[in-house]
Design a protein around this ligand. Structure first.
Ligand code: NAD
Length: 296
Protein backbone atom coordinates (compact mmCIF):
# COMPACT_ATOMS: atom_id res chain seq x y z
CA UNK A 1 0.00 0.00 0.00
CA UNK A 2 1.34 3.41 -1.00
CA UNK A 3 0.26 6.70 0.48
CA UNK A 4 -0.90 8.83 -2.48
CA UNK A 5 -2.08 12.45 -2.73
CA UNK A 6 -4.39 13.17 -5.70
CA UNK A 7 -5.06 16.80 -6.65
CA UNK A 8 -7.73 17.54 -9.27
CA UNK A 9 -10.70 15.20 -8.85
CA UNK A 10 -12.68 16.18 -11.96
CA UNK A 11 -14.05 14.06 -14.82
CA UNK A 12 -10.72 12.23 -15.21
CA UNK A 13 -9.01 12.61 -11.81
CA UNK A 14 -12.09 11.46 -9.83
CA UNK A 15 -12.38 7.98 -11.37
CA UNK A 16 -8.57 7.59 -11.61
CA UNK A 17 -8.20 8.26 -7.87
CA UNK A 18 -11.12 5.88 -7.17
CA UNK A 19 -9.24 3.11 -9.02
CA UNK A 20 -6.19 3.67 -6.79
CA UNK A 21 -8.43 3.24 -3.72
CA UNK A 22 -9.87 0.03 -5.24
CA UNK A 23 -6.28 -1.21 -5.73
CA UNK A 24 -5.72 -0.87 -1.96
CA UNK A 25 -3.79 2.41 -1.78
CA UNK A 26 -4.38 5.09 0.84
CA UNK A 27 -5.48 8.12 -1.21
CA UNK A 28 -5.88 11.67 0.10
CA UNK A 29 -7.52 14.04 -2.37
CA UNK A 30 -8.09 17.75 -2.89
CA UNK A 31 -10.11 19.75 -5.41
CA UNK A 32 -11.40 23.33 -5.44
CA UNK A 33 -14.88 21.99 -6.28
CA UNK A 34 -16.84 20.80 -3.20
CA UNK A 35 -19.01 18.56 -5.44
CA UNK A 36 -15.92 16.74 -6.77
CA UNK A 37 -14.65 16.31 -3.19
CA UNK A 38 -18.01 14.84 -2.06
CA UNK A 39 -18.01 12.39 -4.96
CA UNK A 40 -14.40 11.35 -4.19
CA UNK A 41 -15.21 10.91 -0.49
CA UNK A 42 -18.02 8.54 -1.50
CA UNK A 43 -15.42 6.54 -3.49
CA UNK A 44 -13.27 6.06 -0.37
CA UNK A 45 -10.76 8.96 -0.54
CA UNK A 46 -9.90 11.10 2.47
CA UNK A 47 -10.34 14.77 1.58
CA UNK A 48 -7.73 17.27 2.80
CA UNK A 49 -8.33 20.92 3.67
CA UNK A 50 -5.70 22.22 1.21
CA UNK A 51 -3.20 21.07 -1.41
CA UNK A 52 -0.36 21.38 1.15
CA UNK A 53 -2.30 19.30 3.66
CA UNK A 54 -3.03 16.63 1.03
CA UNK A 55 0.65 16.07 0.14
CA UNK A 56 2.39 16.28 3.50
CA UNK A 57 2.47 12.51 4.22
CA UNK A 58 2.34 11.25 0.63
CA UNK A 59 4.98 9.05 -1.01
CA UNK A 60 3.43 9.77 -4.41
CA UNK A 61 1.65 12.98 -5.50
CA UNK A 62 -0.54 12.97 -8.63
CA UNK A 63 -2.01 16.08 -10.27
CA UNK A 64 -4.82 16.01 -12.89
CA UNK A 65 -5.61 19.65 -13.70
CA UNK A 66 -6.96 21.67 -16.65
CA UNK A 67 -3.84 23.44 -18.04
CA UNK A 68 -0.15 24.33 -17.55
CA UNK A 69 -0.85 27.39 -15.39
CA UNK A 70 -2.85 25.30 -12.89
CA UNK A 71 -0.11 22.66 -12.71
CA UNK A 72 2.68 25.21 -12.15
CA UNK A 73 0.62 27.03 -9.51
CA UNK A 74 -0.27 23.82 -7.62
CA UNK A 75 3.29 22.41 -7.83
CA UNK A 76 4.66 25.76 -6.53
CA UNK A 77 2.17 25.60 -3.62
CA UNK A 78 2.86 21.99 -2.64
CA UNK A 79 6.62 21.68 -3.10
CA UNK A 80 7.56 23.16 0.30
CA UNK A 81 5.26 20.59 2.01
CA UNK A 82 6.18 17.49 0.00
CA UNK A 83 8.09 14.74 1.88
CA UNK A 84 11.74 14.04 1.12
CA UNK A 85 11.99 11.29 -1.52
CA UNK A 86 8.44 11.77 -2.83
CA UNK A 87 7.53 11.13 -6.47
CA UNK A 88 5.45 13.80 -8.28
CA UNK A 89 3.44 12.76 -11.34
CA UNK A 90 1.46 15.20 -13.48
CA UNK A 91 -1.17 13.41 -15.60
CA UNK A 92 -2.79 16.59 -17.04
CA UNK A 93 -2.47 17.44 -20.75
CA UNK A 94 -0.36 20.62 -20.79
CA UNK A 95 2.17 22.41 -23.00
CA UNK A 96 5.65 20.88 -23.20
CA UNK A 97 7.29 24.06 -21.85
CA UNK A 98 5.16 24.12 -18.67
CA UNK A 99 5.79 20.39 -18.19
CA UNK A 100 9.55 21.01 -18.32
CA UNK A 101 9.15 23.97 -15.90
CA UNK A 102 7.29 21.70 -13.47
CA UNK A 103 10.17 19.18 -13.54
CA UNK A 104 12.50 22.18 -12.96
CA UNK A 105 10.51 23.26 -9.88
CA UNK A 106 10.87 19.78 -8.39
CA UNK A 107 14.62 19.80 -9.14
CA UNK A 108 15.03 23.29 -7.57
CA UNK A 109 13.41 22.09 -4.33
CA UNK A 110 16.53 19.95 -4.04
CA UNK A 111 16.78 16.73 -2.04
CA UNK A 112 15.66 13.50 -3.58
CA UNK A 113 12.35 14.37 -5.25
CA UNK A 114 11.48 12.53 -8.47
CA UNK A 115 9.11 13.86 -11.14
CA UNK A 116 7.28 12.59 -14.21
CA UNK A 117 4.93 14.05 -16.83
CA UNK A 118 2.43 11.30 -17.64
CA UNK A 119 -0.56 12.49 -19.71
CA UNK A 120 -3.20 9.98 -20.70
CA UNK A 121 -5.21 8.83 -23.66
CA UNK A 122 -8.52 7.01 -23.32
CA UNK A 123 -10.95 9.63 -22.03
CA UNK A 124 -13.47 9.39 -19.20
CA UNK A 125 -14.40 5.82 -20.18
CA UNK A 126 -10.75 4.80 -19.89
CA UNK A 127 -10.42 6.60 -16.55
CA UNK A 128 -13.48 4.77 -15.15
CA UNK A 129 -12.51 1.36 -16.56
CA UNK A 130 -8.78 1.68 -15.67
CA UNK A 131 -7.89 1.20 -19.34
CA UNK A 132 -5.98 4.46 -19.95
CA UNK A 133 -2.71 4.67 -21.87
CA UNK A 134 -0.03 6.65 -20.01
CA UNK A 135 2.83 8.30 -21.92
CA UNK A 136 5.57 9.32 -19.54
CA UNK A 137 8.53 11.70 -19.61
CA UNK A 138 11.26 11.86 -16.98
CA UNK A 139 14.18 9.91 -15.54
CA UNK A 140 14.09 6.11 -15.85
CA UNK A 141 14.19 5.71 -12.02
CA UNK A 142 11.11 7.96 -11.68
CA UNK A 143 9.34 5.95 -14.39
CA UNK A 144 10.19 2.62 -12.73
CA UNK A 145 8.70 3.84 -9.44
CA UNK A 146 5.58 5.25 -11.13
CA UNK A 147 4.80 2.32 -13.41
CA UNK A 148 3.10 -0.01 -10.87
CA UNK A 149 0.91 2.87 -9.62
CA UNK A 150 -0.04 4.03 -13.13
CA UNK A 151 -0.77 0.42 -14.12
CA UNK A 152 -3.65 0.42 -11.58
CA UNK A 153 -5.32 3.18 -13.64
CA UNK A 154 -4.47 2.03 -17.16
CA UNK A 155 -3.70 -0.84 -19.47
CA UNK A 156 -0.50 0.54 -21.02
CA UNK A 157 2.31 2.67 -19.60
CA UNK A 158 5.02 3.86 -22.03
CA UNK A 159 8.29 5.61 -21.12
CA UNK A 160 8.73 8.13 -23.96
CA UNK A 161 11.98 9.79 -22.84
CA UNK A 162 13.22 12.64 -20.68
CA UNK A 163 11.23 15.52 -19.08
CA UNK A 164 8.37 16.69 -21.34
CA UNK A 165 8.50 13.63 -23.64
CA UNK A 166 5.12 12.37 -22.39
CA UNK A 167 3.43 15.66 -23.34
CA UNK A 168 5.26 15.67 -26.68
CA UNK A 169 3.91 12.17 -27.47
CA UNK A 170 0.39 13.17 -26.44
CA UNK A 171 0.15 16.25 -28.69
CA UNK A 172 1.78 14.49 -31.66
CA UNK A 173 -0.72 11.62 -31.35
CA UNK A 174 -3.70 13.96 -31.03
CA UNK A 175 -2.55 16.05 -33.99
CA UNK A 176 -2.65 12.85 -36.08
CA UNK A 177 -6.13 12.15 -34.71
CA UNK A 178 -7.50 15.66 -35.45
CA UNK A 179 -6.12 15.64 -39.00
CA UNK A 180 -7.24 12.07 -39.74
CA UNK A 181 -10.80 12.71 -38.48
CA UNK A 182 -11.12 15.68 -40.86
CA UNK A 183 -9.74 13.53 -43.71
CA UNK A 184 -12.26 10.75 -43.04
CA UNK A 185 -15.11 13.28 -42.70
CA UNK A 186 -14.21 14.94 -46.03
CA UNK A 187 -14.16 11.53 -47.76
CA UNK A 188 -17.69 10.71 -46.51
CA UNK A 189 -18.99 14.14 -47.58
CA UNK A 190 -17.45 13.70 -51.06
CA UNK A 191 -18.90 10.17 -51.26
CA UNK A 192 -22.38 11.55 -50.51
CA UNK A 193 -22.05 14.04 -53.40
CA UNK A 194 -20.90 11.23 -55.69
CA UNK A 195 -23.84 8.99 -54.77
CA UNK A 196 -21.64 6.43 -52.94
CA UNK A 197 -23.21 4.94 -49.78
CA UNK A 198 -21.57 5.32 -46.38
CA UNK A 199 -21.41 1.55 -45.99
CA UNK A 200 -19.75 1.04 -49.39
CA UNK A 201 -17.05 3.61 -48.64
CA UNK A 202 -16.53 2.09 -45.20
CA UNK A 203 -16.28 -1.49 -46.56
CA UNK A 204 -13.63 -0.42 -49.07
CA UNK A 205 -11.60 2.13 -47.05
CA UNK A 206 -11.57 0.09 -43.83
CA UNK A 207 -9.75 -2.71 -45.65
CA UNK A 208 -7.69 -0.48 -47.96
CA UNK A 209 -4.99 2.15 -47.66
CA UNK A 210 -7.42 4.74 -46.22
CA UNK A 211 -7.82 2.60 -43.08
CA UNK A 212 -7.28 4.46 -39.76
CA UNK A 213 -8.69 4.68 -36.21
CA UNK A 214 -10.91 7.67 -37.08
CA UNK A 215 -12.62 5.45 -39.67
CA UNK A 216 -12.68 1.98 -38.12
CA UNK A 217 -13.27 2.80 -34.41
CA UNK A 218 -14.73 6.29 -34.44
CA UNK A 219 -16.52 6.44 -37.81
CA UNK A 220 -18.08 9.95 -38.09
CA UNK A 221 -21.27 8.77 -39.87
CA UNK A 222 -23.93 6.59 -38.19
CA UNK A 223 -24.16 2.95 -39.25
CA UNK A 224 -20.85 1.28 -40.06
CA UNK A 225 -19.42 1.32 -36.49
CA UNK A 226 -22.40 1.02 -34.10
CA UNK A 227 -20.47 2.18 -30.99
CA UNK A 228 -19.16 5.43 -32.52
CA UNK A 229 -20.60 8.75 -31.19
CA UNK A 230 -22.22 9.42 -34.61
CA UNK A 231 -24.85 6.84 -33.58
CA UNK A 232 -25.59 8.73 -30.38
CA UNK A 233 -26.18 12.31 -31.58
CA UNK A 234 -22.41 13.07 -31.38
CA UNK A 235 -22.47 13.00 -27.57
CA UNK A 236 -18.81 12.79 -26.37
CA UNK A 237 -16.68 10.68 -26.31
CA UNK A 238 -13.97 13.23 -26.79
CA UNK A 239 -15.36 16.76 -26.88
CA UNK A 240 -14.42 19.18 -29.67
CA UNK A 241 -13.19 21.66 -27.00
CA UNK A 242 -10.60 19.12 -25.81
CA UNK A 243 -9.50 18.34 -29.38
CA UNK A 244 -9.11 22.08 -29.99
CA UNK A 245 -7.07 22.43 -26.78
CA UNK A 246 -4.67 19.65 -27.89
CA UNK A 247 -4.36 21.03 -31.45
CA UNK A 248 -3.52 24.46 -30.04
CA UNK A 249 -0.86 22.89 -27.79
CA UNK A 250 0.58 21.15 -30.88
CA UNK A 251 0.68 24.48 -32.76
CA UNK A 252 2.39 26.24 -29.82
CA UNK A 253 5.00 23.47 -29.74
CA UNK A 254 5.45 23.61 -33.53
CA UNK A 255 6.00 27.37 -33.37
CA UNK A 256 8.45 27.11 -30.47
CA UNK A 257 10.45 24.27 -32.07
CA UNK A 258 10.31 25.48 -35.70
CA UNK A 259 8.48 22.36 -36.98
CA UNK A 260 6.35 22.70 -40.15
CA UNK A 261 2.83 21.37 -39.46
CA UNK A 262 0.59 22.88 -42.17
CA UNK A 263 -2.20 20.31 -41.79
CA UNK A 264 -2.01 20.58 -37.98
CA UNK A 265 -2.51 24.35 -38.35
CA UNK A 266 -5.47 23.84 -40.69
CA UNK A 267 -7.03 21.27 -38.32
CA UNK A 268 -6.69 23.71 -35.38
CA UNK A 269 -8.40 26.40 -37.48
CA UNK A 270 -11.29 24.11 -38.49
CA UNK A 271 -11.83 22.86 -34.93
CA UNK A 272 -11.79 26.46 -33.70
CA UNK A 273 -14.58 27.40 -36.18
CA UNK A 274 -16.54 24.24 -35.26
CA UNK A 275 -16.22 24.80 -31.48
CA UNK A 276 -17.03 28.51 -31.74
CA UNK A 277 -20.19 27.71 -33.72
CA UNK A 278 -21.62 26.28 -30.49
CA UNK A 279 -20.28 22.73 -30.81
CA UNK A 280 -17.50 22.72 -28.21
CA UNK A 281 -19.45 20.16 -26.16
CA UNK A 282 -20.13 17.85 -29.14
CA UNK A 283 -17.92 14.89 -29.90
CA UNK A 284 -15.03 15.92 -32.16
CA UNK A 285 -16.26 13.55 -34.91
CA UNK A 286 -19.28 15.89 -35.29
CA UNK A 287 -16.99 18.07 -37.41
CA UNK A 288 -18.39 16.10 -40.37
CA UNK A 289 -21.64 18.08 -40.06
CA UNK A 290 -19.70 21.35 -40.09
CA UNK A 291 -17.73 20.24 -43.19
CA UNK A 292 -20.94 19.12 -44.92
CA UNK A 293 -22.33 22.63 -44.38
CA UNK A 294 -19.39 24.33 -46.11
CA UNK A 295 -19.66 25.36 -49.76
CA UNK A 296 -17.19 23.69 -52.14
P1 NAD B 1 -12.10 18.71 -15.23
O1 NAD B 1 -12.31 20.16 -15.49
O2 NAD B 1 -13.28 17.80 -15.14
O3 NAD B 1 -11.23 18.52 -13.88
C1 NAD B 1 -10.20 19.38 -13.48
C2 NAD B 1 -10.35 19.56 -11.98
O4 NAD B 1 -9.25 20.35 -11.49
C3 NAD B 1 -11.64 20.32 -11.59
O5 NAD B 1 -12.40 19.49 -10.72
C4 NAD B 1 -11.12 21.58 -10.90
O6 NAD B 1 -11.93 22.01 -9.83
C5 NAD B 1 -9.76 21.12 -10.41
N1 NAD B 1 -8.84 22.22 -10.12
C6 NAD B 1 -8.52 23.29 -10.89
N2 NAD B 1 -7.60 24.05 -10.27
C7 NAD B 1 -7.34 23.45 -9.07
C8 NAD B 1 -6.48 23.76 -7.97
N3 NAD B 1 -5.73 24.84 -7.96
N4 NAD B 1 -6.47 22.92 -6.91
C9 NAD B 1 -7.25 21.82 -6.91
N5 NAD B 1 -8.08 21.47 -7.91
C10 NAD B 1 -8.12 22.28 -8.98
O7 NAD B 1 -11.09 18.22 -16.39
P2 NAD B 1 -10.81 16.71 -16.84
O8 NAD B 1 -11.71 16.32 -17.97
O9 NAD B 1 -10.74 15.84 -15.62
O10 NAD B 1 -9.36 16.87 -17.48
C11 NAD B 1 -8.19 16.98 -16.66
C12 NAD B 1 -6.98 16.92 -17.58
O11 NAD B 1 -6.99 15.70 -18.32
C13 NAD B 1 -6.93 18.05 -18.62
O12 NAD B 1 -5.61 18.49 -18.76
C14 NAD B 1 -7.44 17.38 -19.89
O13 NAD B 1 -6.94 18.00 -21.06
C15 NAD B 1 -6.89 15.98 -19.71
N6 NAD B 1 -7.62 14.93 -20.45
C16 NAD B 1 -8.98 14.91 -20.44
C17 NAD B 1 -9.64 13.91 -21.15
C18 NAD B 1 -11.15 13.85 -21.16
O14 NAD B 1 -11.69 13.10 -22.00
N7 NAD B 1 -11.83 14.56 -20.27
C19 NAD B 1 -8.91 12.93 -21.87
C20 NAD B 1 -7.52 12.97 -21.82
C21 NAD B 1 -6.87 13.98 -21.10
Amino acid sequence: MTSIAFIGLGNMGGPMAANLVKAGHKVTGFDLSPASCDQARAEGLSIAASTADAVKDAEVVITMLPAGKHVLSVWTDILPSVKEGALLIDCSTIDVESARKAHGLARERGGSLASLDAPVSGGVGGAKGATLTFMAGGAKEAFDRAEPILAKMGKKVVHCGEAGAGQAAKICNNMILGISMIGVAEAFVLAEKLGLSHQALFDVASTSSGQCWSLTTYCPVPGPVPASPANNGYKPGFAAALMLKDLKLAQEAALASGAATPLGAEAAQLYSLFANAGHEGDDFSGIINFIRGQKG
